[in-house]
Design a protein around this ligand. Sequence first.
Ligand SMILES: N[C@@H](CCC(=O)N[C@@H](CS)C(=O)NCC(=O)O)C(=O)O
Length: 333
Amino acid sequence: MVKLKLYYDFLSQPSRTLYIFMKKTKIPFESKSINLRQGEHLTKEFESLNPFKKVPFIDDKGIVLIESVSILRYLCRTYNVADHWYPKDIQKQALVDQYLEWQHNNTRAHCTQYFRHKALWPLKTGKAANTEKVTILENRMIKNLNLLENIWLKDKPFLCGEEISVSDLVGACEVEQPRIAGFDPLVDRPNLTKWIARVQSKFSPYYEEAHQVVEQTADEYKHYFSKLNTGSFSKRVIKQQPRRGNAIGEDIKVQILAYVRVNARTSICRVSREINTSFVVQKILKKHKMQIYCADLVQHIRKGDTKRRITFIAWLETQLNENPCFKLHSLDR
Ligand SMILES: N[C@@H](CCC(=O)N[C@@H](CS)C(=O)NCC(=O)O)C(=O)O
């Protein structure tokens, strides 16, 4: 049987949405990964499939669809997915549609513009970002994130009501994007934080799989921009980098927190590998047979509850500060 083909790049928010959704709802598809950064969408071959030269798009037995929102609706109508994703009830559906229409000129537009101006284009051209422009875009994005925090998510667990729908996935994938450019959308936004955790846990492990690239690319950009040393972004990045011989305290806390937030099922070893103190903590954990704390971490973080996370970080910090071998190894670096 000919399977639906999905052309995507995880760096693209709507691509992540479609991939995660199809995985979660078990819609069979052939995976066609396209590397935008290597210009694979600009080839003649790609153009013959999609003349708009963009991802995502699908080819379902000869029907080619290029817009993620219409693709989501098509999938929900064509395949046997649970009703809550895109309810048949007219009123419930209208609420889901309302967000899907709203987001184009709001979350989608603002998070994308910020990401493009601050990270994507400077990286492509090798030129520093226009800080004035970035500040304007950042302010617009902040206002928009505040609308999610204070209106959309004010009094309900999901964007369109008590149940999760495709809107939540569309929204979450957009909100994750500015993290690549060093901006954490969840800071001081408890409703948004809890909502992202809910969405993540509903789509786990596909959510984490598709968003790994966000973390990796954020890291890549972070190093690039710290070299460029321009604007508030690089200042923030430099501030976040652990200092030699002093890898304990605020810096490490910020990094661990940022990392575990998007990798809910991670282990301490993984966290320590990802942050710059890597082998230090890792070696110690092994030596002292402390991997048992991995379970502790998962238990604390999985629920996605901010208070539990903070408790965990406080606990980890105490471990780092109280156990002399951590200090010793840190100073050894
Ligand atoms: N409106 C489209 C998004 C299309 C789009 O802007 N795709 C971007 C990635 S998110 C792309 O392929 N950009 C490549 C380029 O413009 O060169 C959808 O929601 O599916």
